[in-house]
Design a protein around this ligand. Structure first.
Ligand SMILES: CC(C)=CCC/C(C)=C/CC/C(C)=C/CC/C(C)=C/COP(=O)(O)OP(=O)(O)O
Ligand SMILES: Cc1cc(O)c2ccccc2c1O
Length: 349
């Protein structure tokens, strides 16, 4: 932070980002005073430091893109609800630690994405993610924050090992499967850049996360959560697919290939509809064949129809965020539907 004395005794501080750009001017309001009262300098310095810390924290929060966190929290809730309903109980401490573990890996994945999309020149001034483009943070900040989240995730996974009866090799297999997918999505081979991002999202935010949350509760691996994960995984993939459809032109210019680019706008619209409405067909089947509480997610149908309309008229700008909101609501209703189901009414293997 550099201090500049300007004519007219207005003290101005230039608050520089860690990259040296992005300067903001902070006036101390001393212009009407001949001398600052004792302690005023110290107080204003403290206020500036506090404000600096607040700005930095806000920048880190922005980089995490918390609007997308519903995508990892709903599968955790689903896995735990299944453990409660079919296994008989749920441990709230394990549930909390599991949610934090998955959030850390998801958040780190978002930061890896921010870093590599910037270094490959994919993010630009009009991108959804402008943390690095607008120099809100320096690339090194993003790398350090990502490493911190991965470390915290590993600590939480270690804690889960002590809290849960799940065997170490099973816990490690799922946890490091999630961790490596979150990195390889854009880091290393960069699965997103070769049209494999959709597969990664379908697997990690669906079966993998649901199985992880179920397994740490019940202490064993089961295929049941994989089946229950299908409607939620399809809806989460709808978030990514709308994101990739919106970014189709800029991604093409940057020379990367996504599924949306491969199939073009018309088939992308068809695919978005399938991802959006197939889950509702599954809920109808579950509600009519097993228990009526499975009809609860149908309450979100009006939101899905509104999104379909926006996609059809190619107003893509806010569709990913709105689909994430739908994902949260649909996921919560799905979880409540499972919790409210009469004992023995849900399909089990
Ligand atoms: C089972 C365990 C322990 C963890 C699973 C935890 C999860 C869900 C990890 C997935 C992490 C992952 C793949 C993150 C990538 C997030 C993502 C889809 C970012 C979006 O990237 P872009 O498609 O570039 O979108 P933008 O254009 O908005 O940058
Ligand atoms: C940032 C971001 C963006 C997305 O489009 C996502 C889609 C599905 C799951 C997670 C996503 C995410 O974290």
């Amino acid at each position: 932070m550099a201090k500049e004395q300007k004519p007219g005794r207005v003290e101005t501080f230039v608050l520089a980002g860690s990259n040296g750009h992005n300067g903001q001017e902070w006036h101390t309001g001393l212009s009407n005073l001949a001398y600052p009262p004792p302690g005023a300098n110290r107080a204003s310095r403290m206020a500036r430091v506090a404000s600096d810390v607040r700005h930095k924290c806000a920048a880190y929060m922005l980089a995490l893109r918390p609007w997308s966190f519903s995508a990892s929290l709903t599968p955790v809730a689903l896995g735990s609800a299944l453990a409660y309903k079919l296994g008989g109980s749920v441990d709230l401490v394990i549930l909390m630690v599991c949610a934090v573990t998955v959030l850390m890996v998801h958040g780190a994945g978002n930061l890896v994405n921010t870093y590599y999309d910037f270094s490959k020149g994919i993010d630009h001034k009009k991108s959804d993610d402008r943390t690095l483009v607008d120099e809100i943070l320096a690339p090194q900040d993003v790398v350090m924050f990502g490493a911190l989240l991965y470390s915290l995730g590993c600590m939480c996974a270690t804690l889960l090992y002590f809290l849960s009866t799940l065997r170490l090799e099973h816990l490690a297999l799922i946890y490091f499967g999630g961790l490596s997918s979150s990195f390889l999505y854009t880091g290393g081979i960069g699965l997103k850049y070769v049209a494999l991002g959709d597969v990664v999202i379908l697997i990690t935010f669906g079966p993998l996360a649901v199985m992880f949350s179920h397994a740490v509760q019940v202490g064993y691996l089961s295929v049941l959560p994989l089946v229950y994960a299908v409607p939620l995984a399809l809806n989460t993939e709808a978030i990514l697919h709308s994101n990739n459809t919106r970014d189709m032109d800029s991604d093409k210019q940057a020379g990367i290939v996504t599924l949306a680019i491969l199939i073009g706008p018309t088939l992308s619209y068809v695919l978005y509809n399938l991802l959006l409405f197939v889950p509702y067909v599954l809920f109808c089947i579950l509600a009519t064949r097993y228990t009526i509480s499975m009809a609860l997610p149908l309450l979100t149908l009006p939101m899905a129809f509104s999104l379909e309309k926006q996609f059809r008229s190619r107003c893509y700008a806010k569709i990913p965020q709105k689909t994430a909101k739908l994902n949260l609501l649909m996921g919560l209703f799905y979880v409540f539907g499972i919790i409210l189901a009469p004992p023995g009414s849900l399909p089990s293997l």
